[in-house]
Design a protein around this ligand. Structure first.
Ligand code: ADP
Ligand code: GLC
Length: 467
C-alpha cells in the first residue's frame, strides 16, 4: 500500500511526548511490512539544520489568503519524510506553545498543514491508497477530504484513518473559524478540531482497548462520548508498541552499563550513575523514578502531596525528570527543598536522561488520571523498573498488578492520597523480599509489546477502510 502519514511529531525529529514515538513506530512498522510510507510533518525551527533534498511547491487558500509553501524531502532513518515549510507558521522552537500558552494561531497553522498536505498529495502522490492522520493537528484533513475533494478524481476515494493519541487535546476555537478555515458550520458555538476528525474520518482508532472503552462515556470523553458512541462500529482500540531497538537495556547506548533479564548486574551501575549525578546517597533503599510531561494528566495533583506524606516514613528516594506546567514544577522544587536527602527533580526534556532514568529506577511512578496508552510503563517493564500505575486506559491493559501470579507491576484504581500512599507502601513491601521483587521484575522484562503486532492490526483497519 501507498500510505501518507500525517503527524505533528516524529521521534528523532521533533518530540514533546509519546505521539512522536508512536508515529515513528507505526511508520517504521508499516515500511518493515513492505508498504510504502511517506511521512509529512511541519518544518519546525530545529529541522532547518537538516539537509533536505527534492522539493515541490504547493499553494493553499485559507482565511481569504493565498499561501505558497515548499514541501521538502528529508531522508531520515530510511524513511521518506516530507517537511511542510512555512516560516511564519512553523519556524518556531516549540510546536504548539511558547512554553506557557498555546499559540493563538494554532487553528490556522494546523489547518494550513492539513490543506498543504492534501494539495501536495493530490499533485505529487496521486497513487496514494490511504491517508493516516494523528491527533487534532491533522484532524481537519478528514473534513477537507469530505467537503472539498468529494468529487475529486484522485482523492475522493482515499480513506482517512484517524488515530487519537489523547482525546483531551481537542483544540476548540470560536465559531468564526468555521468560515475562516473553510469548514462547513454545524450549528455549534465552537469549532472543535478533534471532533471534526472523529466525524469525518473513515475509521477512528485510539491507542488501547481500555481507552477506547473509556471514551464511550463521560467525563473521559471530554464532551464527545455521544459522537464516539455513534461511530462505535468504525472505532478501534489498537495498543501501541515499544520500539525495542531504541528501548532495550541490553543494547541501549545511553546507559553506563547494559543488562538483561539473565544478568541484571548492570542495572546497579545505572542506578549508581543517576544517584551520583544528582547527589543522592548510595543506599539499600529503593529508587523510585518518573519521566513525564509535567501535566495534570500524569497525576501530579495527588502524587505530590502523597509523596510529601510518605517520604518522612521511608528511606526510599525519588527522582523525577520532566518539563511542563510551572505550578507543578514549583511544587516539585519545593519537595526537593523539603527532602534534600530523598527527592530530586530535573526540569527539562532530555532523551538520554530519560533512558538513563528508566534504567536506574527500582520502580517507575505512573499514577495518571487517564492514559490513552502510555509508553513509559512499556519502557519500564523492559528495563526491569517495576511500574506503579493507576489502572486506567492503556496502563490497565499492559500492567498486571501484584500480588497476582505473573504480576508485572503495582496497580491501584482510586485517585486519592491514600491509594497512592498504599501503592508506595506495597512497592516497599515487595522490594523487601528480593526473590518476589525479582520475579515481578523478570516477568515484566519478558513482556513483548511489539510494533509489529500493532501494525498488523492497523493493516486490518486499513483493509476495512478500503473495502
Ligand atoms: P505522553 O505521550 O502522554 O507524554 P507516553 O508515556 O506515551 O506519555 O510517552 C512519553 C514519551 O515522552 C516517552 O518516550 C518519554 O520518555 C518521553 N518524555 C516525556 N518527558 C520527557 C522528558 N522530560 N525528557 C525526555 N523524554 C521525555
Ligand atoms: C498520548 C498519550 C499517551 C500515549 C501517546 C502515544 O500522548 O497521552 O498515553 O502513549 O499519546 O500514543
Amino acid at each position: 500500500m501507498r500510505i501518507l502519514l500525517l503527524c505533528s511529531e516524529f521521534e528523532g525529529l521533533i518530540k514533546t511526548g509519546g505521539l512522536a514515538d508512536a508515529c515513528k513506530g507505526i511508520a517504521s512498522g508499516l515500511q518493515a511490512a513492505g508498504h510504502q510510507v511517506t511521512i509529512m510533518l511541519p518544518r519546525y525551527s530545529n529541522l532547518y539544520s537538516r539537509p533536505t533534498g527534492d522539493w515541490q511547491s504547493v499553494f493553499v487558500e485559507l482565511d481569504g489568503q493565498q499561501y505558497g509553501c515548499a514541501v521538502r524531502q528529508l531522508k531520515f532513518a530510511g524513511l521518506d519524510v516530507r517537511l511542510v515549510e512555512h516560516d511564519d507558521f512553523f519556524r518556531r522552537e516549540r510546536p504548539y506553545d511558547d512554553g506557557s500558552y498555546g499559540y493563538a494561531d494554532n487553528p490556522l497553522r494546523f489547518a494550513f498543514f492539513c490543506k498543504a498536505a492534501l494539495a501536495w498529495c493530490r499533485q505529487y502522490l496521486p497513487e496514494v491508497d490511504l491517508i493516516h492522520g494523528h491527533d487534532w493537528q491533522t484532524a481537519l484533513t478528514a473534513s477537507y477530504l469530505q467537503q472539498h475533494y468529494g468529487s475529486d478524481p484522485i482523492l475522493a476515494k482515499v480513506p482517512f484513518i484517524f488515530t487519537i493519541h489523547n482525546g483531551a487535546y481537542q483544540l476548540t476555537c470560536d465559531k468564526s473559524w468555521f468560515g475562516r478555515l473553510g469548514i462547513a458550520a454545524n450549528g455549534d458555538e465552537f469549532l472543535n478540531m478533534l471532533e471534526q476528525g472523529v466525524r469525518a474520518a473513515t475509521k477512528v482508532v485510539t491507542v488501547s482497548q481500555g481507552y477506547r472503552h473509556e471514551l464511550l462515556t463521560e467525563p473521559a470523553a471530554n464532551g464527545l462520548a455521544q459522537l464516539y458512541q455513534g461511530r462505535a462500529a468504525d472505532f478501534y482500540g489498537i495498543l501501541n508498541g515499544c520500539d525495542y531497538q531504541q528501548w532495550d537495556p541490553a543494547t541501549d547506548l545511553a546507559l553506563v552499563k547494559n543488562y538483561s533479564p539473565a544478568d541484571l548486574s548492570g542495572k546497579a551501575a545505572c542506578k549508581a550513575f543517576i544517584r551520583h549525578r544528582f547527589h543522592l546517597a548510595d543506599t539499600e533503599a529503593p529508587l523510585f523514578v518518573a519521566v513525564s510531561r509535567i501535566t495534570g494528566q500524569k497525576g501530579y495533583d495527588y502524587l505530590i502531596p502523597a509523596l510529601r506524606n510518605w517520604l518522612p516514613t521511608t528511606s526510599a528516594q525519588v527522582f523525577i525528570v520532566g518539563s511542563g506546567e510551572l505550578h507543578y514544577c514549583r511544587q516539585l522544587y519545593q519537595l526537593a527543598d523539603e527532602f534534600p536527602e530523598q527527592f530530586r527533580f530535573y526540569e527539562g526534556f532530555d532523551e538520554s536522561l530519560a533512558h538513563q532514568t528508566e534504567a536506574a529506577g527500582d520502580f517507575f511512578l505512573m499514577p495518571s488520571l487517564f492514559e490513552p496508552c502510555g509508553l513509559n510503563q512499556l519502557y519500564s517493564l523492559k528495563y526491569g523498573t517495576v511500574p506503579i500505575v493507576r489502572l486506567t486506559g492503556g496502563l490497565k491493559d499492559t500492567v498486571l498488578p501484584w500480588p497476582a501470579a505473573n504480576a508485572t507491576g503495582i496497580g491501584f484504581t482510586e485517585i486519592s492520597l491514600d491509594a497512592m500512599h498504599q501503592a508506595l507502601q506495597q512497592a516497599e513491601q515487595l522490594f523487601a523480599v528480593p526473590a518476589d521483587y525479582l520475579a515481578v521484575q523478570r516477568q515484566g522484562m519478558q513482556q513483548n509489546f511489539s510494533w509489529q503486532a500493532a501494525v498488523t492490526e492497523y493493516l486490518h483497519v486499513y483493509q476495512q477502510a478500503l473495502n
